[in-house]
Design a protein around this ligand. Sequence first.
Ligand code: COA
Length: 512
Amino acid sequence: MAIASATTNRVLNSNLASKIMSAAEAAALINSGDQIGMSGFTGSGYPKAVPLELAHRIAEATFRGQKFQVSVFTGASTGPELDGALAMAGGIHLRLPYQSDPETRKRINAGEMEYMDVHLGHVAQFVEYGFLGKLNVALIEVTAILEDGRVVPSSSIGNNRTWIDEADRIILEVNSWQPTALEGMHDVYKLKAPPNREPIPILHTGQRIGSPYLTVPPEKVVAVVLTDAPDRNTPFKAPDEGSKRIAGHILEFLSWEVKKGRMPENLLPLQSGVGNIANAVLFGLDEAPFEGLTSYTEVIQDGMVRLLKSGKLTCASATAFSLSPGMMDEVNANMPFYHDKIVLRPQEISNHPEVIRRLGVIAMNAMIEADIYGNVNSTHVMGSRIQNGIGGSGDFARNGYLSIFMAPSIAQKGTISTIVPMVSHVDHTEHDVQVLVTENGLADLRGLSPRQRAHLIIEKCANPDYKGALLDYLNRAERLSYGKHTPHLLTESLGWHNRYLRNGNMRIREEF
Ligand code: COA
């Protein structure tokens, strides 16, 4: 049963059509204290009208001196109409999992909003196991509702299946901006709870194991809201010189792995984080000699679409699109071409350890800093200020065939070294980090002891401005440390961060 075109009515089920109302009426069905599971992942497929109206209600309540707050669970980051508006209104009590909205970040770091940073692959089961309390409302953007009540998901699928199953009340936003050709692209699969959980039967990246539709119990649907609004769709920034150099090191390394016979010629399924460096790697792959590539990842971004278009990539599995407006136009205009090459799965499947381990994914993620032993901080600036969140980096790094972390060797105009004696917050321990890359070089840490790793990381990855100071620290630690297995001088190990907080520079005063 197909939805005919973007212009026809998107709500074909008469029962659910009778529940169509305005966004303001739907927002009035949400109570203070509710826990709401919202759709949305990396700026795509998030509800765009009801959160704005909810923010108005919250602002009015605040004006009257009443406290009105809700807890917001999503797939990952959303857009200004959701996170931005609700944060601005002071309307979020607890937010999880990943966010990247400036206002939300500001409120969390001011201590005004609770934020729980959860592995993206864990969120659905945490809610299903009851770890996070009752989910009151599911607020989900969809592409269309079919005659028999089944629902065509939107440009991301995230945790929507779980939100729909677990919530008492469901509000659907039907967004006619979303292309009808999304129908058939999704693969919704439900895991049973332990001890009855079964193996997930995905043996290759493009395999479909579930249904293209979400099933929604009609009796739980309290509102259907019609919208016509674009996803966040951040404009694309061409990769800068540093990102291109990082990409170059990674591609050379992958070629070497193939030569060594540790990987097939078409590599293994690629997972690529978001951002400038990740896109540079994908762009680099377009010119590299690899053919028949596959991807098992979280988001389909510009670089990946380019690879699909050129034929280098044969299929991509993810949970969401995250495209620039230009690339979105390209995909929309050629949906039949991309339709069979892209599978969008619930994020508990796209990020599932079992599948990531079985397929042997190559995990490539950006980081904030790494220490000389290979521990990685992906989330907290100076150990306390959240940037975005761990996202899926832990799901992929811990379980992939290879885990690669990458960053420029300096940040904030050189006042910060991203290679430090000790990370100020740990997201990925030294046990889960196999390769570190900066524009200066690549350190392959496999098979090395901590002290060997430290010398290699400083030699290959550190910025020349900080190399001497890092070596000096390591040499003294090797002589004076309490233990010589992972030498540290505890009075100094976080001194670089302290110095930055005091002087605005990690270098000691005489050096700048
Ligand atoms: N210390 C202090 N600040 C640092 C820093 C460091 N070591 N490293 C980076 N920063 C700052 C940058 O200066 C920049 O600040 P600005 O916004 O004031 O300019 C900001 O952090 C973002 O850095 P940028 O270099 O633009 O990186 P990015 O946009 O590629 O993001 C991460 C890098 C690590 C923040 C991002 O990749 C992330 O959130 N990762 C965690 C989640 C993840 O891996 N998701 C993918 C899994 S599928």
